[in-house]
Design a protein around this ligand. Structure first.
Ligand SMILES: Nc1ncnc2c1ncn2[C@@H]1O[C@H](COP(=O)(O)OP(=O)(O)O)[C@@H](O)[C@H]1O
Ligand SMILES: [Mg+2]
Length: 271
């Protein structure tokens, strides 16, 4: 309510309620692993033009929630998801939803870089090939080049595309995984603590990359590093014990949270 009082055009004073139609929308999402409930009635939106950060202490359900957004939890036999999640207004849990297609539209980058034990070229070419995105060799090469460029890796690997992806440094491997996600022309990129296995320089490169990718893809990033959330995101959702406690403009969450639990977390009272 207070948000709507001051009419102004600056981003800072715009109410989050004016964010517009979300790219993805989660409503009342709960997740159970067998009898154990890991997420309780989470509702969050993800926007095309923004980076959304999910923060909160270890075990609070951040990865579980992220995996709901491209149905990666389907691969965990004990996991059961309830609630509604839509992509461009379409129910992603509808029986007619093609899950392989969904995971191309909503790509994922994991905590530990996981390139295939194949060449750098093949790591990026694999997705476009199985999705039939390239018409011939030249087009496939063009997709690989474009994806590696967007992932900020091209200059470092262009002369050794046939070398193994696993021979790259950790930071390069993670950018290769981002290139692999980009290659199938996603609309949303989910990143689960993408820098937690990286050194500070490699981390800075990924953060810079996230800035560059913003606007082209809707991005959601899980991080337990609050400085990182503050640097890379425009919206933040704070999770605690399976609940989404507070969602808002990143700056507000870190400087002026509404909830005591958020305040306690950002001031380091528990971690
Ligand atoms: N595959 C799984 N099977 C059973 N329990 C799980 C599984 N994955 C996560 N959990 C449990 O769900 C809760 C949330 O975990 P997770 O989503 O990984 O949290 P976070 O990413 O915030 O650290 C934790 O209690 C965790 O032990
Ligand atoms: Mg996690």
């Amino acid at each position: 309510m207070i948000d709507t009082i001051i009419p102004t055009t600056t981003e800072a004073a715009e109410p989050v309620t004016a964010d517009g139609t979300p790219k993805m929308s989660a409503r009342d999402v709960s997740v159970f692993y067998g009898p154990k409930q890991a997420l309780q009635s989470v509702s969050v939106d993800i926007h095309d033009d923004k980076v959304t950060a999910f923060i909160g202490p270890s075990g609070c359900g951040k990865s579980t929630f992220l995996r709901c957004l491209n149905r990666m939890n389907d691969t965990i036999p004990a996991a059961r998801v309830t609630g509604d999640i839509s992509l461009d207004g379409q129910d992603i849990y509808a029986s007619k939803m093609d899950v392989v297609q969904l995971r191309a539209r909503v790509g994922m980058v994991f905590q530990k870089p996981n390139p295939f034990p194949k060449s750098i070229f093949e790591n990026v070419a694999y997705g476009p090939r199985i999705h039939g995105l390239a018409d011939g060799k030249n087009e496939l090469e063009a997709i690989v080049e474009k994806s590696l460029k967007r992932a900020g890796l091209w200059d470092e690997v262009k002369d050794r595309l046939q070398e193994s992806g696993t021979a790259l440094s950790g930071g390069q491997q993670q950018r290769l995984c981002i290139a692999r996600a980009i290659a199938v022309d996603p609309e949303v990129i989910l990143m689960d603590e993408p820098c937690s296995a990286l050194d500070p320089i490699a981390t800075a490169k990924i953060e810079e990359l996230i800035h560059e990718l913003r606007g082209r893809y809707a991005i959601a990033i899980v991080t337990h590093n609050m400085q990182q959330a503050a640097r890379v995101s425009q919206r933040t959702a704070f999770f605690h014990l399976g609940e989404m406690v507070e969602y808002g403009r990143t700056k507000d969450i870190f400087t002026n949270p509404r909830e005591q639990r958020t305040q306690d977390y950002i001031t380091g009272r528990y971690g």
